[in-house]
Write a protein that binds this ligand. Structure first.
Ligand SMILES: O=c1ccn([C@@H]2O[C@H](COP(=O)(O)O)[C@@H](O)[C@H]2O)c(=O)[nH]1
Length: 233
């Protein structure tokens, strides 16, 4: 999944066009969606891309239900909420999807997954700033189990936590993992990272990669390099 973190529709579509035929999903996050709105989702869908709408909803259940209803009408393939919003909020997201289907406003149900702990969060920040005690991996697994019990199909986590999530929730529970950095790439604000190859070896289902592709002088070459690294034995 390529994180299309671009400031406007023009820049996003130019980049997506260069990655046509790669088989990649496009991840539309806050920067692009707040600038370009639902139209960018429709445009990318019309070009054949599968879409992860990464808006990380975190609000009261009624608001999330309405948000999920609207997102489902857009025809995205996957969207997310924060597991920290709790069970009632996650269940409300699924109710919103059902509302849209029952009203005939959506053809298919998008997958709904939950953010566990952001990949920019360190063990130290989790304990000392956020105020959650214990091991970060345990907090991630706790959120994953909560999301699964609420009926969600998977979670966003670091690839480092995938083996623990799969062991707690089963291999069919989806893991979508940002925090991917090819060897030698600029780490930026990411803390819990692996290489693409390590993420695959750890059993992740979907890799989310932004700047290592989108900030490269040739995004196509950067993607090819990553795909090669992923498939080499
Ligand atoms: O825990 C999370 C949740 C979401 N993200 C998003 O993934 C991409 C990563 O981009 P890079 O440029 O490869 O760092 C970005 O859109 C984040 O909003 C995340 O990184 N961590």
């Amino acid at each position: 999944m390529v994180a299309l973190d671009k400031p406007d529709a023009k820049a996003a579509v130019e980049l997506a066009d260069r990655l046509q035929g790669s088989g990649c999903w496009m991840k539309v996050g806050m920067e692009l969606f707040y600038a370009a709105g639902p139209a960018i989702v429709r445009e990318l869908k019309s070009k054949g891309f599968r879409i992860f709408l990464d808006l990380k909803m975190h609000d009261i259940p009624n608001t999330v239900r309405g948000g999920a209803r609207s997102i489902s009408r857009l025809g995205v393939d996957l969207f997310n909420v924060h597991a920290a919003g709790g069970t009632a909020m996650m269940e409300a997201a699924l109710e919103g999807v059902r509302d849209a289907l029952e009203a005939g406003d959506a053809e298919r149900a998008p997958l709904v997954i939950a953010v566990t702990q952001l990949t920019s969060t360190s063990q130290q920040v989790l304990n000392a700033e956020i105020g959650i005690a214990g091991k970060l991996e345990d907090a991630v697994v706790h959120y994953a189990k909560l999301a699964q019990a609420a009926g969600l199909q998977g979670v966003v986590a670091s690839p480092l936590e995938v083996p623990a999530i799969k062991s707690a929730c089963g291999s069919g529970f989806l893991t979508v993992t940002p925090g991917i950095r090819p060897r030698g790439a600029d780490v930026g604000d990411q803390i819990r990272i692996t290489t693409p190859r390590e993420a695959i070896d750890g059993g992740t289902d979907y890799l989310v990669i932004g700047r290592p592709i989108t900030a490269a002088s040739s995004p196509q070459d950067a993607l090819d390099y990553i795909l090669k690294e992923m498939t080499e034995s």
